[in-house]
Design a protein around this ligand. Structure first.
Ligand code: PGA
Length: 248
């Protein structure tokens, strides 16, 4: 069985002092044979966190990457710049970016491509809204979102990480049941298998109110290879409990 991956998504939270306290807490309790662990931090803190994590067994991630290589794109951060700070993972297509910044499937696919070409692993987020779930569209929505990334990235698809994050579960305290999550993960796995001979090695993470209390049950599902953790990644004890559940 492959090692699981637990990635924290700090979103737009933190400051120099709080980041330091949080990471010191996580580092001091990190089990020796931990699963893969990453923290995806605001760009402003990449240098700080890179310095704190050097050689410590936790990888650095960003929460986005520009679809452009370089040039006159005010406010954007390129994949090459992220690479300069030792970034290993870049979240792309998080539902908050799709929703508040109008990111399309095509744009998300291009961002994944930029990350891959810089040697950064994109964590590609897919997920349905509550209205889509209630209308029975969950499968269609996640397959359409992933299909765009597969189409643009071809055989490199085995190098990505996928995160299934039902929009209705993000930050709401409403988690998908292990069965609901597994059902969608199985759909995504089948889609990846049809596109790549190496689909078994792709990590498919669950995200959406995963916490210290429900992580073990979710992580026990066949196709759940880890978690993308928002709120619970901001408390070192909770994040460590989730890492512990994924390290068994
Ligand atoms: P949450 O966020 O764990 O706070 O629901 C997960 C995410 O949005 O990545």
């Amino acid at each position: 069985m492959k090692k699981k991956l637990i990635a924290g998504n700090w979103k737009m939270n933190g400051n120099l002092a709080a980041n330091q306290a949080l990471l010191e807490g996580v580092l001091s309790g990190l089990p020796e044979s931990a699963c893969h662990v990453a923290v995806c931090v605001p760009s402003a803190y990449l240098a700080q966190v890179q310095g704190m994590l050097a050689g410590k067994g936790i990888d650095l991630g960003s929460q986005d990457v520009s679809a452009h290589e370089q040039g006159a794109y005010t406010g954007e951060v390129s994949a090459a710049m992220l690479k300069d700070f030792g970034v290993r993972y870049a979240i792309v297509g998080h539902s908050e970016r799709r929703q508040y910044h109008g990111e399309t499937d095509a744009l998300v696919a291009t961002k994944a491509q930029r990350a891959l070409s810089a040697g950064i692993t994109p964590i590609v987020c897919v997920g349905e809204t509550l209205a889509q779930r209630e209308a029975g569209q969950t499968e269609d929505v996640v397959k359409r979102q992933l299909a765009a990334v597969i189409h643009t990235n071809g055989h490199c698809i085995s190098e990505i990480v996928v995160a299934y994050e039902p929009v209705w579960a993000i930050g709401t305290g409403k988690t998908a049941s292990p069965e609901q999550a597994q059902a969608v993960h199985a759909v995504l796995r089948a889609q990846l298998k049809a596109a790549s001979d190496h689909a078994e090695r792709i990590h498919i993470l669950y995200g959406g109110s995963m916490n210290a209390a429900n992580a073990a049950e979710l992580l026990a599902q066949t196709d759940i290879d880890g978690g993308l953790i928002g709120g619970a990644a901001l408390k070192s004890a909770d994040f460590l409990t989730i890492i512990g559940a994924a390290s068994r």
